[in-house]
Design a protein around this ligand. Structure first.
Ligand code: LIP
Length: 276
């Protein structure tokens, strides 16, 4: 049977590549940095330009589709995931881009009936195009991806981020989880600075798991499918099913590793992305 979303996925790959070119060019220029929810939540004109580039080109081809975009939501648009075909866009992982920290990704997830149909993460500076189509596997530059088969947490590397919440209570919990996980002990803890690339590292088998509290649906929509199609599992930080609007995620190579991490996480619940 023909894959009805293949044309949309092909378009996502093409537009992510084009967006990556814009990002690479912009890295050669001075960046005017603005702030959003706090002084460490950064945005540049390139984030806004890339999001508009993606949205406009999708609208021309798929006029009935809906959007959740990081910068559109920051500008006041709703963050509602309905049953309609919806493109979930993170135009650029902002803070890394501002500092030319070399992991910068364009992330595009596509959801229909609350199910992610495809995910595309373009790591612009590495020129790596990660893709996944539901039920059809995950790939990097066309090569199949497979999570690590390591089930011993003590032989593992775990990725996480510190996020942009500087509320001391939240920071204490983030450090408490980090301390517990580090002292299991694990081989190491790493941060690429972007949820999307951290998840692609899980899918590639370079790290056994990634967890974070405070991310947004646009950070993880595409990466989640890339992890599960590479054979990994997704979980909430308290166990149970992941909810992409909850701003909490564990993405691991296996249930064993995910459950072990959940045991160590000092959880909290940031306001949901779809909170009214
Ligand atoms: C970033 C995420 C990262 C998180 C940051 C931020 P942005 O996305 O990729 O995992 O720790 O706080 O949310 O805002 O740079 O696109």
């Amino acid at each position: 049977m023909a894959d009805i979303w293949q044309r949309a996925m092909d378009h996502a790959v093409a537009i992510a590549r084009k967006a990556g070119e814009v990002v690479r060019e912009a890295l050669c220029d001075d960046r005017k940095v603005m702030t959003k929810s706090s002084s460490v939540d950064l945005v540049t004109q390139t984030d806004q330009r890339v999001e508009q580039l993606i949205i406009q080109s999708v609208k021309e081809k798929f006029p009935t589709h809906r959007f959740i975009g990081e910068e559109s939501v920051a500008a006041g648009e709703a963050c509602d995931l309905t049953d309609s075909p919806t493109w979930i866009i993170d135009p650029i992982d902002g803070t890394n881009f501002v500092h030319s920290f070399p992991f910068v990704a364009v992330s595009i997830g596509f959801s229909v009936n609350n199910q992610t149909e495809f995910g595309v993460v373009y790591s612009c500076l590495e020129d790596k195009m990660f893709t996944a189509r539901r039920g059809k596997g995950a790939f990097c530059n066309g090569e199949p991806l497979q999570v690590s088969d390591q089930e011993d947490i003590k032989q593992s590397i775990i990725a996480t981020e510190f996020g942009s919440n500087r509320d001391p209570e939240a920071v204490d919990k983030i450090f408490s989880s980090l301390r517990s996980i580090l002292c299991i002990p694990v081989h190491g803890v790493r941060s690429a600075g972007t949820a999307a690339i951290n998840m692609c590292l899980v899918a590639s088998g370079c790290v056994e798991a990634y967890y974070e509290i405070g991310i947004h649906v646009w950070d993880v929509a595409a990466g989640s499918l890339i992890v599960s199609e590479a054979g990994g599992v997704l979980m909430d930080v308290e166990g149970g099913e992941v909810d992409l609007m909850s701003r909490r995620i564990v993405a691991a190579n296996s249930r064993t590793i995910a459950e072990r991490i959940v045991k160590e996480i000092d959880s909290f619940s940031p306001p949901r992305d779809d909170a009214p």
